[in-house]
Design a protein around this ligand. Structure first.
Ligand code: TRP
Length: 337
């Protein structure tokens, strides 16, 4: 249990965008840990649909992906009774605090953010203000809940640092208002790379989808992708990322999906051929994902339940967020009746 100095559980915040498919890399790096964290922390998990619209989304797909992500969260073991699980756009305090925090954020620092530069290059026809303002909205997400910790992978580290900077700036200008959040660097077990290009991180936007395994791929697709995975010269199944990036990537995947150590996995496959090894990895991944998919589909058929979860989540989240927002409005001099 992670206890804050006042004796309460520490507050943990994270969010995922309801854009298309999550990869097994996203699953291992984020959602899979969320369920494990919910006993030790006071967990708040959001579906970041306001972040998602910083790149153009098809409305029907955005709606569908929102419920799919909600069902996926729950299918992965996130308990909506234990956590605050909600949709970002249901809590207006996010947009409101983001506006205030904009006045404590410099244009220059936003222009220098790595993700802004990457996404501007990728979406050169739509470099909108929201894309640039993305980190400020993320700061609002985190700061509204007086968050103690945010589980972060490398790609979100810069966003957490800027959140701390903005919070400290506000606290210094007025008086202590926001908790400064710390990064929680969960042992993700592994960094998962592309099956066809194992020196590159597995990413949903990869050119060749056969190197990427999505959490909603069916068993056949999963097995096929693993059968085609590139291995390395030599025949030994040994963890050596420099000399054997393909085999090492497969070993890490097998290790995180079975919960066995990499060493145990090496022993299990000693003397085994690449073909048999790749099939075993595919099967381990499918064995873990298929039951989650089945549960996700069951939940998606019960729209009333999902709506109830969102409603309760929004109420709980808003009650917490509005407390912080009221403090902020008071400090900056917004007149109240
Ligand atoms: N930017 C995060 C991502 O794409 C999603 C996100 C939005 C988030 N708000 C957040 C993550 C607050 C952690 C905390 O992965």
């Amino acid at each position: 249990m992670e206890i804050a100095s006042e004796g309460r559980k520490k507050i943990l915040y994270s969010a995922v965008q309801p854009t298309n498919n999550l990869t097994i890399g996203n699953y291992i790096g984020a959602v899979n840990n969320f369920a494990a964290l919910q006993n030790d922390y006071d967990c708040i998990y959001a579906i970041a649909n306001m972040h998602a619209i910083t790149v153009r989304q098809e409305p029907a797909a955005l709606r569908r992906n929102t419920l799919a992500l909600l069902a996926f969260y729950i299918a992965c073991g996130i308990d909506p009774e234990k956590c605050t699980l909600y949709l970002q756009s249901h809590v207006s305090a996010h947009a409101e605090l983001a506006w205030v925090l904009n006045t404590f954020t410099y244009v220059g620092e936003m222009e220098r953010m790595t993700q802004f530069k990457d996404k501007s290059a990728k979406h050169a026809d739509n470099i909108n203000m929201g894309l640039m303002d993305y980190p400020v909205l993320m700061a609002a997400d985190i700061l509204l809940y007086q968050t103690d910790v945010v589980p972060v992978g490398v790609d979100q580290r810069q966003h957490l640092e800027i959140t701390r900077d903005i919070a400290a700036r506000f606290n210094n200008a007025y008086s202590p208002t926001f908790t400064l959040p710390e990064g929680l660097y969960v042992k993700v077990g592994a960094k998962i790379n592309d099956l066809l290009d194992p020196l590159k991180k597995m990413s949903k936007s990869s050119e060749n989808p056969n190197g990427v395994v999505f959490v909603n791929d069916d068993r056949d697709a999963i097995i096929k992708k693993f059968k085609r995975a590139v291995t390395d010269s030599g025949a030994e199944i040994k963890y050596d990322p420099a000399a054997k990036p393909g085999v090492s990537n497969l070993l890490s995947i097998y290790s995180v999906f079975t919960g066995k150590s990499v060493e145990e996995c090496e022993n299990e496959f000693s003397g085994c051929g690449y073909g048999q090894f790749k099939l075993a990895v595919g099967e381990a991944v499918a064995d873990k994902l298929i039951p989650i998919q089945t549960e996700q589909a069951r939940l998606l058929a019960d729209k009333q339940y999902l709506d109830d979860v969102l409603k309760t989540g929004a109420e709980r989240a808003a009650a917490r967020a509005n407390k912080t927002l009221a403090k902020v409005y008071k400090k900056i001099g917004f007149y109240r009746f």
